[in-house]
Design a protein around this ligand. Sequence first.
Ligand code: ADP
Ligand code: MG
Length: 697
Amino acid sequence: MAEAGIDLSTSIQYLKGIGPKRGAALQSIGIQNAGDLLYYYPRRYLDRRTITSISDLKKDDSATIVGEVVSMGIERGRKKRFRLIIEDGTGYISCVWFNGIRYVQNKFKEDQSIALYGKVGIFGNQFTMVHPEFDLLGEGQNPLKTGAIIPVYPSTEELKKVKLDSNGMMKILKNSIYPLSSQVFDYLPKELIAKENLMELPEALRQIHFCEDEKLLEQAIHRIKYDELFFYQLLLAVRKQSAKTGRVGIKFTHLGNLFKAMYKSLPFELTESQQSVLKEIQKDMAQREPMQRLLQGDVGSGKTVVALLAASVPIGSGYQSAIMAPTEILSKQHYNNAVKLFGNTDINIVHIVGGQSKSERRKLLDMVSSGEANLIIGTHALIYKDVVFHKLGFVTIDEQHRFGVEQRSEIMKKGVNPDILIMSATPIPRSLGLSVYGDLDISVLTDMPVGVRNVRSELRGSGSRKNIYEFINDKLKEGGQAFIVYPLVEESEKMDLLAAKEGYKLLSEDLLREHKLALLHGRLSSKEKENIMREFSEGEIDVLVATTVIEVGIDVPNANVMLVENAERFGLSQLHQLRGRIGRGGEKSYFIMISDAKGEAAGKRLKVICETDNGFKIADEDLKQRGYGDFFGKQQHGIPKFRLADIVTDIAVVKKARIAAFELIKNDPHLRLPANRLLRDKFMKDYAERLKFIETG
Ligand code: ADP
Ligand code: MG
């Protein structure tokens, strides 16, 4: 029974069997009070489904085995080792430790039940696991004998020191699970629980720790995952609501003459998807709610043209449009494109960046605030305080992942709820899109302008390097330009930089000495970087030796070769982005990856790049191979760390939770209905920090 006076907010040390020492250890992993304990979920379960009998083992299986200790001891052969023999009634398996012997040798006693996890090998005719993971099981806990489902809790050294290994955690939870879980309120509205057929929360919390059967466990896990994903989707729904639905924006009901004139003057036909995306944008613009749309499309799919055409609509109605890019050089590129496209019209285009002289900046800012400037292009300098727009109606933000929610809301404040279009050249698999861009409407350019790019991709070993450089030499002599890319990661930054520098030295003194080379890397100041990029794009530099800083870069129409060293160290999406830098002028181009990575997997991985030029396919493959944490690398993606849910593998739950969350916010935008009161409290408590950038409309 519950101890008197214990509730969810009781400090953890006062729970039965805990005390100050264990309390401190639990606090070190974030369990402050009794209620937190409920959310410390098992990392796995031992039961009949997950345990393999020793007699069923096969070499190279990754298996979970439960058995009893038969014998153990230290052996001195060529190398000292500790051996443990386990038996499960169907056979024997031998576990071997070469390291940490002192630690493991005191862990076991004969007849002790243990669970083992590891890869099965066969040595001397005997099943063997080397350095397996293991959990000691308590008396009568062998699930093979009892049919029980045993939870296995994550543990740390600190917890183990105070005897809170998996078993210890289980004992603590056993005492408190009922009294504590019965105090939990289910914050999801009754109607939703019924509609989604969810287990009640207190019951789910009980089942997840002490499950009675597999079906109930599944339902419990589903409920917890649902909650995690639902609250995140609720955040996205609230964000979207406050940026869009809850606001009154500008209605651009007519495309206007400017748009029509520009459309007619295009030197090419728009692709089908460019046309349909323009229709989506036009529809958004005609609504009273401000547009919040993401435009995704591979490098070269023609996003910029779409954005510029869209920008002409508000300008035609007397408003201003703005384009914000992550770097000066990219903003300059947009500026040049705009000047070309709007060339025959009388609109005024200004370019605002950080380094302009005071007087020039003053002049430009005056044009912006008086309304004389119609199209304003620049970097984040556009969100500085002194930039005052006359009548801002539309903003395009290029390369969203460099900016983020915060900047989005900053630029929105520069006008009265202008329409926003965010452009991204990083294809995000659909499954991730719902979580990453879940607060935006999404448009995708699915086709490429025909005949624009002709890039051949090859994978080679380092044995071919000399031939490759001769080939590059030829291409340069014919007037082309080349990128040579070296990998650079933070952990081995010094070594990586050295490799790039050495490569640069060797090439400029020897193999490519007839050409002008430059070295571009992340240690250079942004001014230096911009200068090098500019010289390269103007053709003053023939070969750019670079670390991956060029990933999101500029158009150099003349660049027709890219060589990537140690290609296996790049993610597939990254390689695809790099490849997008060449062949921009329509010339036949060459993307060459050098890799000596051993093993089938690495080669197979890189072959995907040679086989397809479809960024979404590549992104899907990349996601499959690396999981979404690595997919985004160091880029912020804003998705919280869930305890149980995985936005990729649980995509079906994501979809359900998303529909439910958005519907809820649609019907009760501020969560004011009595039925949603508990939900609101819980949401505000857990997500207050993330609501910071939202002002209620
Ligand atoms: P993105 O911004 O998606 O990388 P851009 O808008 O810069 O792509 O377009 C890449 C190149 O293709 C540009 O030179 C552009 O003028 C050209 N382009 C865009 N749309 C078309 C089209 N429909 N047909 C032919 N060329 C196009
Ligand atoms: Mg572009």
